[in-house]
Design a protein around this ligand. Structure first.
Ligand SMILES: O=C(O)CCC(=O)C(=O)O
Ligand SMILES: [Fe+2]
Length: 516
C-alpha cells in the first residue's frame, strides 16, 4: 500500500524486540477522476502485469478510495489463470501521490512467478524517492478478475480491500498489526502500526530497514510491512484497534489454534485416476440440461456442468478445504451449529456477526482466493440465463431482470446426508450489490438436495425443487431476496463416477458465488 504522511519516521526498538509506531492524521488531497490512471495527482495507482508464455493480462488498478473501495479492470486469458504455475509475471507499478502540496512519483518493477500467487521478487525501485515519499517493503494479496491471487513482495502496493480494516499478521518471526481509519468527510487518515517480533532475523531485517530509511531521512509513515512470507497465512491479532472503521468487520480472532479442516473426500481415495471408457463415466453435456425460469431473475440450469468439470471442482474444493481457511463447522452466536461444513473463498462470512471480513475470526485464517476454474463458470451461466430470458420472456433488456455479477466471494458448503440449511435470505453482501440485485450463482455437486425457496420464511409455503449434481441455480434481480434453504440431502444420489473418481464423501457440495 502506498502510504504517505508528512511526519518524519520515528523508530523505537526496545530491548524486548518490540517495534511500534503510531502515526496519525495524514492528510490526502481530493481524489481525481476515476478515469485517470497513473501519473496524476490523487490517490491512484496503476499496475500492469504481463503473464507469459502465451498468456497475458493487463491490470489497471485505481484506488480512489474516496469513491469506491476498489476498482479493477483486468483482462486475462483463461489459460493464464488456469495454468498459472508455468506463468511468469512482470509487473510494473507506478503511482503518483500528492503529499500536501508536493507530489510524489513512485515507480517500481518486479519479476516473479505466478503460482496461484504472484511472487514478485526481486522488486526494484526505478527512481529515487523524492522528498515526501517512502517506499515500504510490504506484501499484498489481491484477487484478480478470475480469482488468481496476486501477491507482491515488493514496494508500495495496495491490497485494495484494507481500507478501514485493521491489518493483522503473525508469521513465523513475529507479528504486526496495522490499522487505518479514514474519515470520508475530512479525508484524514489515521494510521497506526505495531510490530512485535521475537526472531533475531526479523530484528535485523527491521534494523536494516531502519538504517536505510534514516540514511535517506525521508519524512515517512508506514502501512503494511512484510515479514517472512512463510508465515503469510498464519494471521492472528496482536492488537485490535478500535474506532470508526469503515469497511469490513474487525473483530478479534477467538482462538489462536489452527483448526484441523474437514476433509470432504475419503482420504483413502487420494489421487484416483479415471478413464472415460469406464462404464460408470457417463458424461452429460450441457445440452442434456433443461433450463427453466423459476421466477423473474431466478433460473435453473439443469446438468449444466459436465461431469469432468464437476470432478475438477470437487478436487479444487477438497484441496482448498484442507488448507488454511478450509472446511469447518460454523456455529451461530446463539450457540447452535450449522448442519454443514463451510469454507469461504475471497472473503470470510462470519455466521455470528453475519458480516464479511478478510479474516476468519475463529482462528485468524485468511480465506483462500477463488480459483478461476471455479469462478469462470458464473459468467457463462449468467449469459445462458440471459439467452433463456430473452427467448422465453421475449425480453431484450435482460440485465434489468438478471444483472451481471463478478464474484469475489464464494461460500462452499458441504452437507453430509443429514445436513440441512434453514430458510434464510442472502443479505450480507454490500448494500449496493443487494440493491442492484446482483445474482447469487449456486452450483450443486454430489448428492442431490431438496431445495426450498419462497417469499417468506415458511417451509409450508415454500416451493421445492431438486438440485442435482451439475445443476446451476441463479437468483438475482427481483429474486435476490428470496428465502431459500436445504430441506434434506437425498442419500446415494450423486453420480457414481464423481464419487468414485474423487472419493467425495456421501453428501452434497454447494458453491454459492456472490459479489460483495
Ligand atoms: O446449499 C444450497 O443450495 C444453498 C446454500 C445457501 O443458501 C447459502 O450458502 O447461503
Ligand atoms: Fe443462501
Amino acid at each position: 500500500m502506498l502510504l504517505l504522511c508528512s511526519r518524519p519516521l520515528r523508530f523505537s526498538i526496545s530491548s524486548h524486540l518490540c517495534f511500534s509506531e503510531s502515526i496519525d492524521l495524514c492528510r490526502r488531497s481530493a481524489p481525481q477522476s476515476q478515469n485517470s490512471v497513473g501519473r496524476r495527482s490523487g490517490l491512484e495507482s496503476s499496475g500492469r502485469a504481463i503473464v507469459r508464455p502465451n498468456q497475458s493480462f493487463n491490470m489497471v488498478e485505481k484506488h480512489p478510495r474516496y469513491e469506491k473501495m476498489h476498482e479493477r479492470n483486468s483482462t486475462s486469458p483463461q489459460d493464464a489463470v488456469q495454468n498459472p504455475s508455468s506463468a511468469v509475471a512482470i509487473l510494473i507499478y507506478k503511482a503518483e501521490f500528492p503529499l500536501k502540496s508536493e507530489s510524489v512519483n513512485l515507480s517500481g518493477k518486479g519479476l516473479g512467478q505466478i503460482k496461484n500467487k504472484v511472487d514478485l521478487s526481486p522488486w526494484t525501485i526505478d527512481s529515487p524517492q523524492p522528498a515526501g515519499s517512502f517506499l515500504e517493503t510490504c506484501a499484498f494479496k489481491s484477487p484478480l478478475k478470475h480469482g488468481v491471487t496476486l501477491e507482491v513482495k515488493g514496494q508500495s502496493v495496495d491490497d485494495g480491500l484494507s481500507d478501514g480494516e485493521p491489518f493483522e499478521y503473525e508469521g513465523e518471526d513475529g507479528a504486526y498489526s496495522y490499522s487505518e481509519l479514514y474519515s470520508k468527510d475530512t479525508q484524514d487518515v489515521r494510521k497506526s502500526f505495531r510490530w512485535h517480533t521475537q526472531n533475531p532475523h526479523s530484528r535485523s531485517h527491521l534494523k536494516s530497514t531502519a538504517s536505510q530509511l534514516q540514511s535517506i531521512s525521508l519524512p515517512t509513515q508506514f502501512g503494511k510491512r512484510s515479514l517472512a512470507y512463510g508465515g503469510m497465512y498464519h494471521t492472528q491479532s496482536r492488537s485490535n484497534q478500535r474506532g470508526r472503521w469503515m469497511g469490513y468487520n474487525s473483530r478479534r480472532p477467538q482462538s489462536r489454534q489452527r483448526m484441523k479442516p474437514f476433509d470432504i473426500c475419503e482420504s483413502s481415495y487420494g489421487a484416483s485416476s479415471f478413464s472415460k471408457n469406464n462404464e460408470v463415466w457417463v458424461e452429460k453435456t450441457a445440452s442434456d440440461g433443461a433450463r427453466e425460469i423459476l421466477r423473474p431473475g431466478m433460473v435453473l440450469l439443469k446438468n449444466y456442468i459436465p461431469l469432468s468439470d464437476q470432478v475438477k471442482m470437487v478436487r479444487i474444493c477438497r484441496e482448498l478445504g484442507l488448507g488454511e481457511g478450509g472446511f469447518y463447522q460454523p456455529v451461530f452466536d446463539h450457540g447452535s451449529k450449522l448442519q454443514l461444513q463451510m469454507m469461504c473463498l475471497g472473503l470470510d462470512w462470519d455466521p455470528q456477526t453475519k458480516k464479511y471480513g478478510k479474516m476468519r475470526h475463529l482462528d485468524g485464517a485468511r480465506p483462500p482466493a477463488i480459483p478461476s476454474t471455479l469462478s469462470s463458470l458464473t459468467e457463462k451461466a449468467i449469459q445462458d440465463a440471459h439467452n433463456l430470458i430473452k427467448i422465453d420472456l421475449e425480453e431484450s433488456n435482460v440485465v434489468d431482470i438478471l444483472p451481471h455479477m463478478l464474484p469475489n466471494i464464494c461460500i462452499v458448503n458441504f452437507y453430509n446426508t443429514s445436513g440441512r440449511l434453514g430458510l434464510h435470505q442472502d443479505k450480507d453482501e454490500s448494500r449496493e450489490s443487494l440493491q442492484k440485485g446482483l445474482p447469487v450463482v449456486s452450483v450443486s455437486l454430489g448428492d442431490s438436495a431438496e431445495f426450498l425457496y419462497g417469499d417468506q420464511r415458511d417451509v409450508d409455503m415454500a416451493e421445492k425443487i431438486k438440485l442435482e449434481s451439475g445443476d446451476v441455480l441463479i437468483f438475482g434481480g427481483s429474486s435476490r431476496h428470496i428465502f431459500h434453504g436445504v430441506a434434506s440431502i437425498v442419500p446415494d444420489s450423486a453420480p457414481a463416477a464423481l464419487r468414485q473418481v474423487t472419493g467425495l464423501r456421501p453428501g452434497r457440495l454447494n458453491l454459492t458465488f456472490r459479489e460483495f
